[in-house]
Design a protein around this ligand. Structure first.
Ligand SMILES: [Zn+2]
Length: 118
């Protein structure tokens, strides 16, 4: 992949990372406010389930942030855009839709098929 395209994907990934970190920061500060605001036990229960929801979101965000980090590393080491299973180029359309992917569409479909029918 040429340098210009790599820089384009680097920009997209950095932007996605930035907005995820922003969201994660927001979640943390909302949680801190919550902890002192509801002395009533009923409210506290609501608050607890709200918190575990937030934690699930954060877990998802954390995984995504890791994937973005790995994708940025692949841009640096030159393996970005190459399928890690078959070594073929991943189509640009697929990378634009999902820049963190490490598999071409064929290998991804094969992987999903195996996960459904092990
Ligand atoms: Zn492949």
């Amino acid at each position: 992949m040429d340098k210009e395209k790599l820089e384009y994907f680097r920009m997209i990934l950095n932007e996605e990372m930035r907005s995820l970190l922003e969201e994660a920061g927001k979640t943390v500060s909302e949680m801190t406010v919550d902890a002192t605001n509801f002395p009533d036990p009923t409210d506290r229960a609501t608050q607890e389930s709200g918190r575990s929801f937030e934690l699930r979101i954060r877990d998802r965000e954390r995984r995504l942030i890791n994937k973005i980090r790995e994708a940025l590393e692949r841009i640096d080491d030159g393996s970005f855009g190459t399928c890690e299973m078959c070594g073929e180029d991943i189509s640009e359309a697929r990378l634009k839709a999902r820049p963190v992917t490490t598999l071409c569409i064929d290998c991804k479909m094969e992987q999903e098929r195996r996960e459904r029918h092990p």
